[in-house]
Design a protein around this ligand. Structure first.
Ligand code: ADP
Ligand code: MG
Length: 227
């Protein structure tokens, strides 16, 4: 569903050049959960930004749903809005919006009618166990609750692929475990593929594949059995 071929990424600041990704090849199949591991600075976020069509400044080829991307912002924006979802370490909810409004946002962007938006958002909030908090702003929610809202937002428009950058890194271990299980279960229900950067063993255990990055190079790939 998402294929990266011979991806190279170099950051330039002044005279200094840093090769952040070196000949990265990756194939994420529909409905699978892929963990991206590796030490800090190994290039995980750089790779996720390319997978999420947020960064076009690379060489190599990105193919989404059988189509080679033209690095056009217009095309990327449309794919992001309709087919991708994002979860970040710091939740990244809009602080002035309620939980309901944060989750509704992707649907409104896609032009869905109000009644259908309400039905879908309340269904999703119920799924993540937060229906009674729909009118709360993020600052009144715990970290785990905020991440649940973020997961609801990432999945509400039934994207083909969710990109998660260290989604449990800001959470305590009990909450992290719940968040991992929630992502796994929702992903399986909706047949969504995930690529998740994580140091968390519990996360990688739930994944179908583990891809390890070091200094911008993919080291090894292990196919795990799904428990
Ligand atoms: P990770 O997410 O695995 O910690 P990153 O993708 O953030 O790794 O970073 C990979 C390398 O690229 C690091 O050496 C980092 O310092 C560098 N880097 C990341 N973002 C930038 C940037 N915007 N400008 C310059 N260098 C960057
Ligand atoms: Mg990172």
């Amino acid at each position: 569903m998402l294929q990266l071929t011979h991806i190279e990424k170099t950051y330039t600041s002044g005279e200094v050049q840093l090769r952040a990704l070196k000949d990265v090849n990756l194939d994420i199949r529909a409905g699978t959960m892929v963990a991206l591991c590796g030490p800090s600075g190994s290039g995980k976020s750089t790779l996720l930004n390319i997978c999420g069509l947020l960064d076009h400044d690379y060489s190599g080829e990105v193919c989404f749903a059988g189509e080679v991307l033209r690095k056009s912002h217009r095309q990327s924006m449309k794919i992001r809005r309709t087919q991708l979802g994002f979860v970040f370490q710091k939740f990244n909810l809009v602080p002035v919006m309620t939980a309901f409004e944060n989750v509704a946002f992707p649907l409104l962007l896609n032009g869905m009618k109000e009644g259908e938006v309400r039905r879908r958002v309340m269904g999703m909030l119920d799924h993540v166990g937060l229906s009674q908090f729909s009118n709360y702003r993020p600052d009144r929610l715990s970290g785990g609750q905020q991440q649940r809202v973020a997961i609801a937002r990432a999945l509400v428009h039934q994207p083909k692929l969710v990109i998660a950058d260290e989604p449990t890194a800001s959470l305590d271990s009990v909450t992290a475990k719940q968040i991992i299980e929630l992502m796994k279960n929702l992903g399986m229900e909706q047949k969504t593929a995930f690529i998740v950067a994580s140091h968390d063993d519990r996360m990688t255990r739930h994944c179908d594949r583990v891809v390890e990055l070091k200094d911008g190079v993919i080291l090894q790939e292990s196919a795990l059995c799904i428990a």
